[in-house]
Design a binder for this molecule. Structure first.
Ligand code: NUP
Length: 231
């Protein structure tokens, strides 16, 4: 949150860059230039399988270490496993210098795992995904929110395309957890609308990464956020 305040931004970049864009060196250079360019207006970087599979673990670790002071680094591997594998995976992510990790909540039984990483790694649980048709999550939304509260997670993920759910979650969570919302732009969510509904951060990928001018696209999103939140 201190990065958010100093940058006057609530934008987290989903750094989904695929191997098909070229060699590992090309991708690495592209991603580094992007992060150098956006350091003053983007708060966090969310990294998932696309970039991990494109760069490999050691290059990714170097990237996270290199830019770790400028961005809050979130691992988005949507972990969902038995507790001892969760613990092992989260420890490896911590070793890679990630600041936070996204996990699925539906397997439940994570009380001890979460407790052992409290204060060491930010924990964000998926409460409702952004795409159409995730019926099981929709029907389990209230239970997942209750579980996130019970675990004392740092935050939950709720699609920016599901504004009613964001409002409901904000009322239920109070100030006890952050709401991070993906789905702005290509998936249909309008810039800053999730923030208006009560989310704390917007996670945006292609609207920035596929733009001919990523800096201008990110700036447009942040301008909309500043207007809505009076940052
Ligand atoms: O519900 C979710 N929806 C979603 O799009 C949960 C997510 N973690 N994401 C991620 O957000 C997805 O994996 C991708 O990295 C990003 C959205 O990308 P874009 O649609 O802005 O390009």
């Amino acid at each position: 949150m201190s990065l958010a305040a100093s940058k006057r931004s609530r934008l987290i970049l989903a750094l989904d860059v695929f191997a098909s864009r070229g060699s590992t060196e090309t991708i690495s250079g592209h991603v580094e230039r992007l992060l150098e360019e956006l350091g003053d207006i983007v708060v966090g970087v969310k990294i998932g399988l696309p970039l991990l599979l494109s760069l490999g673990v050691s290059r990714l670790k170097r990237l996270i270490t290199g830019f770790g002071d400028d961005y809050y680094m979130i691992a988005d591997f949507k972990l969902a496993d038995v507790p001892h594998i969760m613990e092992y995976s989260l420890e490896r992510l911590r070793e890679m210098h990630f600041d936070g990790a996204i996990l699925h909540l539906f397997p439940m039984g994570y009380e001890r795992v979460i407790e052992s990483f409290r204060g060491k790694l930010g924990m964000y649980g998926v409460a409702l995904m952004s795409h159409e048709g995730c019926k099981l999550l929709e029907s389990g939304f209230d239970a997942l929110l209750d579980y996130a509260l019970k675990l004392g997670l740092d935050g939950v993920i709720i699609g920016a395309t599901k504004l009613k759910a964001i409002k409901k979650a904000r009322a239920k969570l109070g100030k006890n957890a952050l709401i991070l919302s993906p789905g702005v732009g290509y998936q249909g969510g309008r810039e800053a609308s999730a923030l208006e509904a009560g989310a704390d951060f917007e996670i945006v990928g292609r609207l920035v990464t596929l733009s001919a001018d990523p800096r201008a696209s990110a700036q447009r999103i942040v301008d909309a956020q500043r207007k809505v939140l009076r940052l």
